[in-house]
Structure formats: C-alpha cells, structure tokens
Design a protein around this ligand. Structure first.
Ligand SMILES: [Zn+2]
Length: 290
C-alpha cells in the first residue's frame, strides 16, 4: 500500500484531488470503502474531535487497517484537532495525517504549536518508518458541518490569506499541507449553493508553494464547476462532510418510515448506507475525472 504522501503527490501531479470524507460510525465507513473498492480510487477518511470520541480513536485505526487488508486504499486523518496533545495522541495511535487547527489562536502561537506538532510527527515517523502528513488551516471559514441559513457573520468579516501569509506560514511551520480560506465555507447553505471560490488565489498559491498539498475544506454545497476549477488550479484534496451527514440521516428516516416496526439495524439502516455510498461515488468521480 502506498503512503498517503505518495497518494497526495500523485494527485498534485495529475491535477486531480483525493476525496476526504468524515465518519462517525462504521456504517458510514463501510459505505465509503465500498466505493473505494468499486472505483479503485484511494480516499481519506477523517474524524473530527467529536466524531473521534463517538467512534473511538483506536476503533477508527482498526477499521482502516482491516479495510487495507481487503485491498481498499484508505487513509485516516484527524480532522481539526485543536490541541497539541490531541494531535500527539492520534499520531501515536497510527493515524496517517493530522490537522492542527489553531486558526483561532494569535498567529505567533498558532505557528509555534503547529511547529510542535510537525516536529512530533517527524520524530514518530522516523522511529516507526512511516511518514505522517501534518496540515494546518490558514484563514477562517467557520466551524460547523451543518445546514446553514446564511454565510456566518464571522466568516464574512474575516479576510482571505495573502500569498505572502501562506508562504511564510509554510516556511515557519514545516507543514505538508495547507487548508487556505479561498471563499469556501464549513457547512452547507440550505437554499442556495455555497459562495463561489477565488480560483486565481488558488492558482497563485500553487505557484508560490509547489511542494505543498492544498486542501479544500467545506466542500459540501460547492457547485461542480467550482470544484473542477479549484482542483485544476491546485487543490489536491477535498473535504466532504455535511453532504454525507445529510444523506445518512435521510436514509435512516426513510428506512424507519418504510418499516416503522423494524428493529434490526442492518435492515432499517441499509438505505442510509446506500445513500452515503452514492454521495461518495459521485464525489470521487468528479474529483478524479472518472
Ligand atoms: Zn474542515
């Protein structure tokens, strides 16, 4: 099995993107890995701090290991971890990548803590003979994977990072991957597509930082045309969470409505698994030009 570093490198060269999907449980995981097998494309499965607590940190690692034994190319990411300690714990547990999210900290402190996570990942990676990807966020895009009525006020008020900001942040921290704010938004607007992306900014960042992996967060709700442009401009990983959650819940509701007396989870949950599979399949196809 390739290392995540190679998978991201390959996507960068080909101007495609590796899809990242969040999970809270093994039903979602199974739906995602079904698509991996059927499309023969690698994916990253991510858990935020809340999702990780629900599924269990070591359980997530075990699911990924089991899937790999079945020939499924799946990688595990710790999505938006807010403390150095939490990042160190997932590195120790065997995650392939970690996102230190210090976006709400003063810049100096964010840089210092991100550097600490990078140093730790390099140390553990060297002793275990593997490479752990470290990602950081630059610029504020909101914090929720929810259905939103409008773009949150604090997102509207925050400015996008400049090329100089991005270059200096990468140089000072040594991160492998950067999730810059480029007009994207965590969560999904209820009644309209999400805001348009600043494609020129992505292009300029890609030119200024040719070795860095660029990750587009808040992918749910972005129109297909913007995805294609953003990936062509240099985003080589895309995060989808809200869409999965929405499809999953709709499937559970449908399963229960169809058979209100049913108590076998594998029966009333089967539509939820199918729904998630469908979202995942379409997204992978779009991101990899299949
Ligand atoms: Zn995110």
């Amino acid at each position: 099995m390739r290392e995540l570093r190679e998978v991201l490198e390959n996507a960068k060269e080909k101007r495609i993107a590796v899809a990242h999907f969040n999970i809270s449980d093994s039903t979602q995981f199974n739906a995602i890995t079904d698509a991996v097998l059927n499309l023969s494309q690698p994916v990253i499965v991510g858990v935020s701090e809340g999702e990780e607590e629900f599924i269990g940190m070591h359980n997530a690692v075990a699911l990924v290991k089991a899937a790999r034994k079945q020939g499924k190319e799946v990688y595990l990411n710790a999505d938006h971890h807010h403390s150095v300690e939490a990042c160190k714990a997932v590195i120790d547990a065997g995650f392939d990548s970690v996102i230190f999210d210090g976006v709400k900290l003063p810049l100096e402190e964010n840089i210092e803590k991100t550097r600490e996570v990078v140093d730790y990942a390099r140390k553990v990676g060297a002793s275990e003979g593997r490479y752990i990807i470290v990602e950081a966020e630059l610029g504020y895009i909101g914090t929720s994977s929810k259905l939103l009525d409008e773009v949150p006020e604090d997102v509207l008020e925050s400015s996008l990072p400049s090329i100089e900001d991005a270059v200096s942040f990468v140089e000072q921290t040594g991160v492998d991957a950067l999730a810059p704010a480029v007009g994207n938004l965590h969560g999904m607007l209820k009644n309209m597509p999400n805001p348009r992306l600043h494609i020129e900014l992505i292009e300029e960042m890609r030119k200024a930082l040719p070795d860095t992996h660029f990750v587009l967060h808040g992918g749910s709700g972005i129109i297909d045309e913007d995805f294609k442009k953003a990936i062509h401009a240099g985003m080589n990983c895309v995060h989808i969470n809200t869409e999965i959650r929405k499809a999953y819940r709709a499937g559970i509701e449908e399963g229960l409505a169809k058979d209100p007396e049913q108590i076998a989870p594998y029966k009333y949950m089967s539509q939820a698994r199918k729904n998630v599979y469908q979202v995942v399949k379409e997204r992978i196809k779009l991101f990899t030009n299949l």
